[in-house]
Design a protein around this ligand. Structure first.
Ligand code: 1CP
Length: 361
């Protein structure tokens, strides 16, 4: 298999020089786009979209029709895995995800099983292959999953949480049960990511959205330990092309060295982390993806251009190993025309043909 015609994203992930700085946005397909809202209204709800591979692939391509994005991401959700484990997922309008059977007792935990990604999660692998086909080699396709810890947070709390009371109660009073959940979810995530690679994903990303709520030692023990196992178990090459992996740990700015040591190709950075400093710390080991505050997109286009320029400048004059993104998902209240200003600024940025990062930044 040859590389996509626009391979700037893959080049940046491998820290090879690229023609321009690649850019894509977390949640680039979604509620801020009127064409997404129209399809969702037609399908009924969000999960109906995820479960229909033709619609999922159409939605994944919607932002690419509007903007010159350098990557596509599969349209799905991290919570499909716990749903396939029997927790009963639903999305309540304006309230977010809810599980009918959150994990609250030992009996439920003992009964947990690893779902077969080609059976109970067939709609995900079908969405991957349909999207890859629809892309027709234009840009690389990203497959993804939540980190075991982040999935466990939703599985134990049953919805989003401000204090993670149930998670922390279990972690500090019955760490054996917490570890049991994490082991099973780790296997489920690994199998799902490998199934997505088998189905056509060219890059995989792990979202550790809630690892940042842990103390440093607990992050190592309850989040990083499991992400390390996943990175080690991923399919590394498919049809002659290497499959890079990205870890995004929101609130993980203190732990960049530890996260880079998992062997992933890139780290996603939230907007609280200074990207220049991150590069000095781990730029010899990994590529960096990030990290504009998504709130910048509420400002007028000139201000967006200025703030975007600041992130690029902070990374440094030689942009090797840099993928522009937001520091977290795009807000549903973002005016779509503001995104165009961001993409234009990134692509028009003049690259200094400097030293290759690998040979001695
Ligand atoms: O139409 C709707 O109301 C659904 C909104 C929506 C969308 C568009 C949800 C519900 N999920 C998604 C898609 C999604 N989620 C994608 C693919 C689309 C793309 O990126 O273009 C991805 C990669 C995710 C990942 C995801 N889901 C994360 C990790 C990233 C992050 O934001 O931290 C998390 C935590 C979720 C859970 C989830 N699913 C949906 C919502 C609103 C949430 C967040 C719940 C919360 O705030 O705790």
């Amino acid at each position: 298999m040859t590389r996509p015609s626009n391979d700037t994203f893959l080049r940046a992930l491998f820290r090879e020089p690229a023609a321009h700085i690649p850019v894509w946005l977390m949640r680039q397909a979604g509620r801020y786009l009127p064409e997404y809202r129209a399809l969702r209204a037609h399908a009924g709800d969000f999960m109906a979209l995820c479960k229909n591979p033709a619609l999922a692939s159409e939605i994944a391509l919607q932002p690419l029709a509007r903007y010159a994005l350098d990557a596509a991401i599969v349209f799905s959700d991290i919570l499909t895995i716990p749903d396939a484990m029997g927790l009963g997922l639903s999305f309540v309008e304006n309230e977010g995800p809810k599980f009918e059977h959150p994990l609250r007792n030992e009996r439920q935990i003992r009964r947990l099983f690893v779902p077969d990604p080609f059976d109970r999660l067939r709609y995900v692998t079908d969405a991957v292959s349909a999207t890859r086909k629809a892309l027709n080699g234009a840009v690389p396709l990203i497959g993804f999953a939540g980190s075991p810890y982040t999935l466990a947070c939703y599985m134990i709390e049953g919805s989003r949480s401000n204090d993670f009371r149930f998670v922390k109660t279990m972690m500090y009073s019955r760490p054996d049960l917490m570890r049991r959940i994490l082991e099973i979810v780790t296997e489920a995530v690994l199998r799902s990511l490998n199934a997505q690679i088998e189905s056509g994903a060219q890059v995989v990303m792990i979202f550790d959205s809630w690892g940042g709520n842990l103390a440093t030692a607990a992050f190592q023990e309850f989040s990083l330990f499991y992400m390390r196992q996943i990175i080690a178990g991923l399919i590394k090459k498919k049809e002659g092309e290497r499959i890079p992996s990205i870890i995004f740990a929101k609130g993980g700015g203190m732990w960049l060295e530890a996260i880079a040591s998992t062997g992933c190709e890139a780290l996603g950075l939230d907007w609280m982390t200074d990207i220049g400093e991150a590069r000095r710390r781990v730029g010899r080991e990994v590529a960096l993806q990030g990290n504009l505050d998504p709130g910048v997109l509420f400002a007028p286009p000139e201000n967006i251009a200025a703030e975007t320029g600041k992130v690029i400048d902070a990374y440094g004059p030689d942009a090797t190993g840099f993928i522009f993104n937001l520091g977290h998902g795009i807000s549903q209240f973002t005016p779509p025309e503001h995104v165009a200003a961001l993409i234009r600024t990134v692509h028009e940025h003049r690259l200094t043909k400097g030293k290759n990062l690998v040979s001695g930044y």
